[in-house]
Design a protein around this ligand. Structure first.
Ligand code: NDP
Length: 501
């Protein structure tokens, strides 16, 4: 690891130069009603970045009221779909124009390598707005010929549906890919005509707040997007219990997802839940080993394994097990850990020491239970937040390492003899988020894809995302789908109008 580089863009320096951040409520930047704030730090070295307002229940009330007023306002309701679409497009352009600065802020706040932020995630956030900009003008109802027999004599029935926005949305997001997660909720919600209160993760609120400034510059009317920072137990919980919130769009852990289901009962909020995963990877004996090993390594180690779809359980045909283990171990050892702003770094730190300790505890426990640590298993860095990419063999299916989401760069490799056995292993999980299959046989690939219980199955790739590809979890990995046309549906209701004319 090298010394700690500093941001180079004028934008990032200016943003960090005013370190007392505020909530965005009703188009204005305001302090927390309690006057309290909490500091946010660079996870690689602990350097102070900014002070974030510690949101209160009163702040949530103010933000939800602003969102409700905006939802009912003529400024928002009368904005034509074409104008909404143009507004979304302007937001995409603004993100692109500030991509260098946003990438630096994301790297400093979250830890990920600058190249990941600059060339993958920040452009992906812009693409979300661009994709849903086109949808704003394509939200159609239908006319319905009815067969109602009891209409008054001489009259006829005219029936149709319209699609209407669901209302005020609470968008609650995690810390692993902050700006793109915010965009995945804001873009379809705004395209549909909803208003939003966004709660970023307490660890990574900076790019959401900078996005707030860009939203204002892009012409988003006051109150249409509000941003309240703070803790999940206060801000998040208040949003999910709030009687004026119509829908919660949540991405995060399955544990918190279940709390949100309970909280939403009060006014039967609509829910979209994008939750955790324990994604299996199946490698058949005919796989093209070179690209397979690098693809599987990327599928688990990218973003230091802090990816919901990380391919953490690898099932490989026994005949190629030694080659795959050697290949994955070589890839793991070749990855260079460092500060995200260091251009030579392949992997940054985990989000904080707690997460690094959590990952270490899974590995230590598994080693004590007899697994074979092929490589990795070491914490490092000034704060102990870095964790070596780790390859394990000999794990048993019932171990915690195999059943629970680790959210770190740890992969377990297990042999299988028959495809049926691989499918049984893959499906033996409470999660069903994603999976990948690696083979040169088209027919085997699609047959296995059909049998795996997961919201996404990749063939000869892993973690391939795009705004047009629906993404969601089966089993305890979630409810509903983001991206694509289903992503817009999350924010719409159907209204039937039936008239005697
Ligand atoms: P958490 O579930 O801990 O937190 C997610 C968000 O919920 C944060 O903003 C958090 O606030 C907030 N929150 C915490 N407690 C509550 C509560 N009681 N009520 C309402 N909101 C609350 O997840 P992490 O941030 O730790 O993120 C990692 C998890 O996210 C992993 O399980 C990962 O799989 C999942 N994830 C899923 C994705 C998917 O698309 N399926 C994509 C990315 C991640 P605070 O930050 O203050 O704790």
């Amino acid at each position: 690891m090298t010394s700690d580089p500093l941001p180079t863009t004028a934008g990032a320096r200016a943003f960090l130069g005013t370190p007392r951040k505020q909530h965005l409520i009703d188009g204005a930047w305001v302090a927390a009603s309690s006057g309290k704030s909490f500091a946010t730090h660079d996870p690689a070295n602990g350097r102070y970045l900014a002070d974030l307002p510690e949101g209160t229940v009163a702040d949530v009330d103010a933000a939800v009221e602003a969102a409700r007023r905006a939802f009912e306002s003529s400024a928002w309701r009368a904005m034509t779909p074409a104008l909404r679409g143009r507004m979304l497009w302007r937001i995409a352009e603004a993100i692109d124009a500030h991509a260098d600065e946003l990438a630096e802020l994301e790297t400093l706040d979250q830890g990920k390598p600058l190249k990941t932020a600059r060339f993958a995630e920040i452009p992906a956030a812009a693409e979300q707005f661009r994709f849903y900009a086109g949808f704003a003008t394509k939200i159609f109802g239908t006319t319905i010929p009815t067969s109602i027999a009891y209409q008054p004599a001489g009259k006829q029935i005219f029936a149709y549906t319209t699609r209407v926005p669901v209302g005020v949305v609470a968008a609650i997001i995690p810390w692993n890919s902050p700006l793109v997660m915010a965009a995945m909720k804001l873009a379809p919600a705004l395209a549909a005509g909803c208003t939003v209160v966004l709660k970023p993760a307490e660890e990574t609120s900076l790019t959401a707040l900078r996005l707030g400034e860009l939203l204002i510059e892009s012409g988003v009317p006051p109150g249409v997007v509000n941003i309240v920072t703070g803790y999940g137990e206060t801000v998040g919980a208040a949003l999910t219990h709030h009687p004026q919130v119509d829908k919660v769009a949540f991405t995060g852990s399955t544990e918190v997802g279940k709390l949100i289901v309970a909280a939403a009962r009060g006014n039967l909020k609509k829910l979209t839940l994008e939750l955790g995963g324990k994604s299996p990877v199946i490698i058949l004996p005919d796989a093209d080993l070179g690209p397979t090993v690098s693809g599987v390594a990327r599928g688990i180690f990218s973003n230091s394994g802090q990816v919901c779809v990380a391919g953490s359980r690898v099932y490989v045909h026994r005949s190629i097990m030694p080659a795959v283990i050697d290949g994955l171990a070589a890839q793991a050892r070749a990855l260079r850990l460092g500060h995200g702003l260091d251009p030579t770094a392949d992997l940054g730190p985990l989000i904080n020491r707690k997460q690094s300790d959590r990952v270490a505890a899974y590995v230590t426990e598994a080693v004590a239970e007899g697994v074979d640590l092929v490589t990795g298993g070491r914490q490092s860095g000034d704060l102990g937040t870095f964790y070596d990419p780790t390859v394990i063999t000999g794990a048993r299916e019932e171990m915690r390492l195999m059943r629970e989401e680790i959210f770190g760069p740890v992969v377990s490799v297990t042999p299988f003899d028959e495809p049926d056995q691989a499918i049984a292993f893959a499906n033996d999980s409470p999660y069903g988020l994603a999976a990948s299959v690696w083979t040169q046989s088209l027919s085997a690939a699609h047959r296995l894809a059909d049998r795996i219980h997961a919201g996404t199955v990749w063939i000869n790739c892993h973690s391939y995302f795009s705004p047009e590809l629906p993404k969601g979890g089966h089993k305890q990995s979630g409810w509903g789908y983001e991206n694509g046309a289903p992503g817009l549906e999350n924010y719409l209701e159907t209204k039937t109008v039936c008239a005697v004319i």
